[in-house]
Design a protein around this ligand. Structure first.
Ligand SMILES: Nc1ncnc2c1ncn2[C@@H]1O[C@H](COP(=O)(O)OP(=O)(O)OP(=O)(O)O)[C@@H](O)[C@H]1O
Ligand SMILES: [Ca+2]
Length: 884
């Protein structure tokens, strides 16, 4: 017998669990030991050794190693060993950087790992999907990926999309009854849910019958997406640039070698110097450092409650020019409280805030009790057509489920109506809520076997479906005047920023057709709920900050226009002449029409998720970089289409999370702003170290080139060049990646995503500083060498020290787009620390006698240092006054 052929009771028996209680901790532990984790086995991680070896696979490094080997064979032991050690240390450096980046990406993966809702020890809890075991009772609802293979126990209009398994993209209705037929394919097992497939509608409960590789998905493991590392746009640009730079660097070093040989330098010496120069000057490590900088930024973002799913998002965030944000839960708290009721032509006010179960109903300052016509019925219907429950945890009330539904339960409690009272009612059928339908219905059978439909939803959706209205006597026909009055009540509530919800019913006879098409019409309108959802405190300031940063904030909501407008005004989001568009208007517009007005539009109300895609497209055609939030299943296409898709960590569904590049752990709009801030900062820091590294390299190459042109000896020997590359280029560049932003990055407009690596004067800065660094180094060498022609080491030591010092001073210049004097040099302690360590290492190399023969250095006196400091400060100080 297969699982789908067994009754739910048999399945429960076989798996020793009941769907009311779930497994116990003991059972879970035992099963975990027996079956292992609920994961699909993917290919193994690359071994650490491979990552380490990869650091040396670079062509020029291999040439250098070969050249060193020859040097060794020729008897130049000291040089050979020194070079080997430096190359090795360099490799370790690269290895640790890569490990670090890897670890932080790993952590990201963990943070965004899928969760499952399971019943254990009689309590519903959220666990990582990989911890699900056979026999677990799981709850899934629309937007979830099913965490394991399950036998459905209960389905509330549950539909799934199983194309990952069957290739069939039409949704499948799921139910709980056993199927007798044999040999069914997966797509026909309609009382089963399969790991990795998607719940597109409704919700359901199931018993896990297979986990990990023992699932249908596990058997077709070949379908598993293998995760290849994709380069971010910047990494790609740098990789391309790197190719050009390699050619340029190789050409220049070849020129240096050629000139040197022509000037009579021994070929072998020139060759080793040339190779070392090439290794030092080729910025092959640039993309890797960018990855490290990005992943460091990612860690900072995690601390600010933003999880980056795609590294490229970090870059794109800095370019964002429009944020399209959901209202409910993102801009507001998603803590609903019923504040008003509209019943029998009157507006009632409700007291008692939040989850407080105490409160009263007032009509014109007069308290009314539960005998007020239809009050009890209204609150009962609200509790019946409801998916939430009130729970107590650590003595505190909280709502399990949709906050809108929860608010209705709390309102009912205020007249002492509890969910227990509703146990007399049996729910025969449920038409679940979704943002497209904007309504939810249940078919109820009461203790007298009377059946009726209860529907709640957006008033403008329910009213056209209503033909009667309830009153103290029973019901009467709903006339145009009544509709007008109801509309006025809706408007009135909405203008106070209240969300409105209508309740309607319809009596059904016992054998009436329960097909969806017949149900939700000819309803009897009962009344309206008006509920308050206060804006989040931080949002107003965040919108203002985005405004100053040239980023437009747009509110998108399924809520009523008036409600949306009122909240938008509270948040200062809607300027005086800003437009508010409604879903039905959007439906009639083409993307082109929308393009014409979209720059003036700030609020989209009563939209369905399908509209979101149109909004994204219109903004993009206007040249905007769009960040779009979403939580439901149907939001996924728009999120995918946007430049930065943002999903909700708490309320978001698995599909939207998968489609997104950023997850907000706290669902908060203000977190988007923090992430953009961080994104801009990271990009600025990347510019800083690109500038630093390339200017240093230009300096290194030019000093050698100039010296050869002037027919001078080599100003720097290979070990010195490699040392500079390791020490001066290494730590300070990393520290620049941790720099604070210059001024406020949120005070200027977003960056153009198409801008090149050298945009905004970066290329000019690199060339000018690089040339000057080369020149001062050469001057230091020339002056010393001409006065001491028989002491070449002296001149080389001066050149080496000048080059290092010039770079260590120049690094502070790189922190500012304006001038080195614009910033406090001690602000970045990492940088100060990095520069001091580099300095100490420099002093060791110069003054520690055992190292002197290895690095070809000699003692320097006070006068030497005065010369060095003056020269090395020049490139930075000179340009400090030009502001360019
Ligand atoms: N649980 C529910 N049952 C029935 N109707 C609901 C429910 N929740 C909301 N509605 C109605 O549907 C309308 C749209 O709700 P929806 O959830 O699509 O958007 P929203 O939450 O108001 O906004 P946002 O798109 O910002 O999240 C609401 O204004 C309300 O009238
Ligand atoms: Ca270098």
């Amino acid at each position: 017998m297969k699982w789908y052929q067994l009754d739910v009771e048999r399945v429960e028996q076989k798996l020793q669990v009941t769907s009311r209680k779930g497994l116990t901790t003991k059972q879970v532990e035992k099963r975990r030991k027996q079956y292992g984790y609920n994961v699909l086995e993917t290919q193994k991680n690359t071994s650490k050794w491979l990552i380490f070896l990869k650091q040396f696979q670079d062509f020029m490094v291999l040439v250098l190693l070969a050249a060193t080997l020859i040097a060794g064979l020729l008897g130049e032991y000291i040089d050979a060993i020194a070079i080997m050690i430096i190359v090795l240390v360099n490799g370790c450096f690269g290895y640790f950087q890569e490990q670090k980046a890897e670890k932080s990406l790993e952590k990201l993966k963990e943070l965004s790992a899928p969760l499952a809702t399971v019943l254990r020890n009689e309590k519903w809890e959220k666990i990582y999907s990989k911890e699900v075991v056979v026999g677990d009772i799981v709850k899934v609802s629309s937007g979830d990926r099913i965490p394991a293979d399950i036998r459905i126990v209960k389905s509330s209009g549950m539909e799934t999309e199983e194309s990952t398994l069957t290739g069939e993209s039409l949704p499948v209705m799921k139910h709980a009854t056993a199927i007798t037929r044999d040999q069914l394919e997966a797509q026909d097992q309609v009382n089963m849910g399969f790991m990795g497939t998607l719940v597109t509608r409704g919700s359901g409960i199931g018993i896990v019958v297979g986990t990990g590789m023992n699932t249908v998905m596990g058997q077709i493991a070949s379908l598993m997406a293998n995760t290849k590392k994709v380069m971010t746009p910047l990494e790609r640009k740098l990789a391309e640039l790197g190719k050009i730079l390699i050619v340029v660097a190789l050409f220049l070093t070849a020129l240096v070698v050629m000139l040197g040989v022509m000037q009579g330098h021994p070929i072998y010496n020139m060759f080793l110097a040339g190779v070392s120069l090439a290794v030092a000057a080729i910025p092959e490590g640039l993309p890797a450092i960018v990855t490290v900088a990005l992943s460091l930024g990612v860690q900072r973002m995690i601390r600010k409650k933003a999880i980056v799913r795609k590294l490229s998002a970090v870059e794109t965030l800095g370019c964002a020019s429009v944020i399209c944000s959901d209202k409910t839960g993102t801009m507001t708290e998603n803590k609903m409280t019923v504040k008003e009721l509209y019943l029998g032509g009157n507006q009632l006010y409700v007291t008692g805030d939040g989850y407080n179960l105490q409160g009263d109903f007032f009509l014109n300052k007069e308290k009314v009790d539960e005998d007020y016509p239809n009050l009890k019925a209204m609150l009962l219907y609200g509790s019946l057509c409801n998916n939430a429950s009130l729970q107590v945890k650590k003595g505190k009330q909280y709502i399990d489920g949709d906050p809108t539904d929860g608010a209705l339960l709390i309102a009912a409690r205020k007249i002492g109506l509890t969910v227990n009272a509703t146990e007399k009612y049996r729910i025969i059928k449920e038409l679940p809520f979704d943002s497209d339908r904007k309504r939810m219905s249940v078919v109820i059978e009461d203790e007298n076997q009377m059946r009726y439909l209860v529907t709640k939803g957006a008033p403008d959706v329910l009213l056209p479906r209503s033909t009667y209205q309830g009153n103290a006597q029973g019901r009467s026909v709903l006339k145009a005047v009544d509709i007008e009055r109801i509309d006025r009540a809706v408007n009135d509530m909405a203008e106070k920023a209240l969300r409105t919800l209508a309740v309607a019913i319809k009596p059904l006879s016992k054998n009436e057709n329960l097909d969806n098409a017949f149900l939700e019409k000819d309803l009897t309108f009962i009344g309206l709920y008006g509920m308050m959802d206060p804006p989040r405190k931080e949002v107003k300031a965040a919108i203002e900050e985005c405004n100053q940063a040239g980023i437009k904030t747009v509110m998108i909501t399924g809520d009523h226009v008036k409600t949306a407008r009122a909240i938008a005004q509270n948040l200062n989001l809607l300027p005086e002449n800003g437009l508010v568009l409604e879903g039905h208007q959007l439906s009639e517009m083409s993307v082109e029409d929308l393009e014409d007005v979209i720059d003036d539009t700030y609020v989209f109300a009563r939209v369905t998720p399908e509209h979101k895609l149109k909004i994204v497209q219109a903004f993009q055609r206007k040249g905007h970089i769009v960040a779009m939030t979403g939580d439901g299943v149907n939001d996924a296409p728009a999120i995918k289409a946007s430049d930065i898709g943002i999903s909700m960590g708490i309320s978001g569904t698995d599909v939207t999370k998968e489609a997104s590049s950023l997850i907000l752990m706290d669902d908060n709009f203000a977190t988007i702003k923090s992430a953009i801030h961080e994104g801009r900062n990271i990009y600025e820091n990347i510019r800083k170290f690109i500038r630093y590294l390339l200017a240093s390299n230009v300096g290194e190459i030019l000093v050698m080139l100039f010296a050869m042109l002037l027919a001078m000896p080599l100003p720097l020997i290979p070990v010195q060049i490699l040392w500079v590359n390791l020490v001066t280029d290494g730590l300070p560049a990393m520290a620049l990646g941790l720099d604070k932003s210059e001024g406020d990055v949120m005070k200027h407009s977003p960056r153009n995503p198409r801008e090149g690596v050298f945009a905004r004067g970066l290329g000019y800065k690199i060339i000018t500083r690089g040339i000057l660094i080369g020149i001062v180094t050469l001057i230091g060498f020339m002056v010393t060498y001409q006065n001491n022609p028989d002491n070449l080491i002296y001149g080389q030591t001066i050149a080496f020290t000048t080059l290092v010092m010039a770079q260590l001073i120049h690094v502070f210049d790189c922190r500012s787009e304006k001038s080195v004097f614009a910033r406090n040099p001690f602000e970045n302690i990492y940088l100060v620390f990095a520069v001091i360590s580099s300095l100490l290492l420099l002093l060791v190399v110069i003054y520690w006698e055992p190292l002197q023969p290895i690095f070809h250095t000699t003692f320097l006196g006070i006068r030497d240092w005065m010369l060095i400091i003056v020269l090395s400060a020049l490139p930075t100080v000179l340009f400090g006054f030009t502001k360019k």
